[in-house]
Design a protein around this ligand. Sequence first.
Ligand code: FAD
Length: 294
Amino acid sequence: MKISNLFREKKSVFSFEIFPPKPTADLSGIENTVSALADLSPDYISVTCSAGGSGNSRTAEIAGMLKKYGVEPLAHVTCGNSRAEDVEKTLASLSAAGVDNVLALRGDRIAGAALSPDFTHASDLVKFIAERAPDFDIGGACYPEGHPESATLEEDIEHLKIKVDAGVTHLNSQLFFDNEDFLSYLEKLKKAGVNVPVQAGVMPLVKKSHVDRIISLSGAKIPNKISRMIARFYDDPDSLMEAGIAYATDQIADLLAAGTDGVHLYVMNNAYVARKITENVSSMLAGVNKEVPR
Ligand code: FAD
């Protein structure tokens, strides 16, 4: 099923993101996670891939596993370090796994890795997929606080418009912790003529390792409320878990109240966190989805 249809059918789409296990890892752990996440009936689950292309076969494998559990997969595909023929192979393996939806990305920069001779920006990949594999629905990434490589948010939005015009049917946002940033970003997108649905990326900060990684890598602004939560509960795992789930729940409640097209929850393969948050927001989701989509 094409994800673009979901946005036509529902006021607010609710989905998860997971990552595949290492190439040599046994599949039983991820299968337990997939099974537990499937029980929560998300609209779809996205599966990340490595920017280098290695291990991407696992993305197809896990996407196929999601299909087996009755969940629509969205497979991430990167291009920044890949040749056109490698991307073609990746798309063929996704197609063979029954995947209908891809998230077209440039991918993270890998120090020392050769840059692709065929793709510079994600928009090049979107164009490539739209021409060579038009049966896929193509999603793209967007950055409510601006991509770190862009000089300004406005410049980043101009680039995003090129990507969307190349064939993107919906956008998944980078995580953010201040909903006002996301809501003002949506206004800017509208003014710039970016009219596809945008799902808000919500990352529950529930573990010390997330806190360290997110703060150093994402570049997301950290509101005082999150700083206080980290300062107080950094060395208290149970409290950090509870407070992180509460913060994400509150963020989602506000995003649903604001009428956003959907929420994409970065669950980091943690089915417990996904379940807790889904339970917290399920009545609100059911309520907003009684409304007619835009
Ligand atoms: P682009 O859209 O190409 O943008 C990257 C930069 O280039 C931006 O600054 C943009 O403004 C600029 N740019 C774009 N087009 C042009 C143009 N025509 N001219 C000049 N400048 C331009 N990484 C992974 O490796 N694997 C994953 O699975 C993965 N999943 C992700 C999922 C989501 C929802 C998000 C938000 C990010 C994900 N990433 C992933 C990280 C992402 O690959 C990096 O943020 C990467 O730096 C940019 O990827 P992009 O597809 O957004 O690139």
